[in-house]
Design a protein around this ligand. Structure first.
Ligand SMILES: [Zn+2]
Length: 197
């Protein structure tokens, strides 16, 4: 959430974007539409590059239009093969995809998995007292939206006129993060730490 103090210190008025500082309507977390879109795309690119998930000559299988759109923007110019095989990607089919066998090292599946999916998956297994097997970075599978909230992805999709419906309704997480969405990110970091133990 945008810190009032930050605006004050940086001398940014209430009606301006905290990034470009222009007086525009604020769409999310203090950002105008353009800066919000830019931020989302940068987060995806940073996630892919920091974790070295995509390499030259990879064969990337994509099942949904939103992932296809974002992937193409993220990899710009990198010579990879993208295979688009449309399929409904709900939570269940994403889990199937994550648990499926991987082909050769160059073959990778793109899954539209978000911060909320990661948290939900962890909590679901914790309550069942089962070790969650598909937390964090997985070989041959790329959680394209691992650094985005479901709500952010929905807004991003809307601005780009692509349909996307968040499918996770997590009352437990919603009640914790009611006032502060950052808690969703904190939870995800904690989950990765726990999974490493
Ligand atoms: Zn802006």
């Amino acid at each position: 959430m945008v810190n009032k103090e930050y605006r004050k210190q940086a001398k940014i008025s209430k009606n301006s974007c905290i990034k470009c500082r222009k007086r525009k309507s604020i769409v999310s977390n203090g950002f105008c539409r353009e800066c919000f879109i830019d931020l989302m795309e940068r987060r995806i690119r940073r996630y892919l590059s920091e974790n070295e998930l995509i390499h030259k000559d990879d064969i990337l299988t994509v099942h949904d239009k939103l992932s296809l759109f974002c992937l193409k923007r993220a990899i710009k110019g990198l010579p990879v093969r993208i295979e688009f095989r449309p399929k409904r990607m709900d939570y269940g089919s994403m889990l199937n995809e994550l648990s499926g066998k991987t082909g050769n090292k160059k073959q990778k599946a793109i899954v539209p998995w978000t911060v909320d999916h990661e948290n939900h998956y962890f909590l679901e297994n914790m309550f069942k007292q089962v070790k969650p097997k598909f937390i964090g970075i997985l070989g041959g599978k790329i959680k394209l939206f691992a650094e985005l909230l479901d709500s952010e992805l929905a807004l991003y999709a809307k601005f780009n006129k692509i349909s996307y419906k968040p499918q996770i309704k997590d009352n437990f997480m919603d009640s914790i993060a009611k006032r502060d969405n950052n808690l969703r990110f904190s939870m995800k970091s904690a989950v990765s730490e726990i999974a490493r133990l």
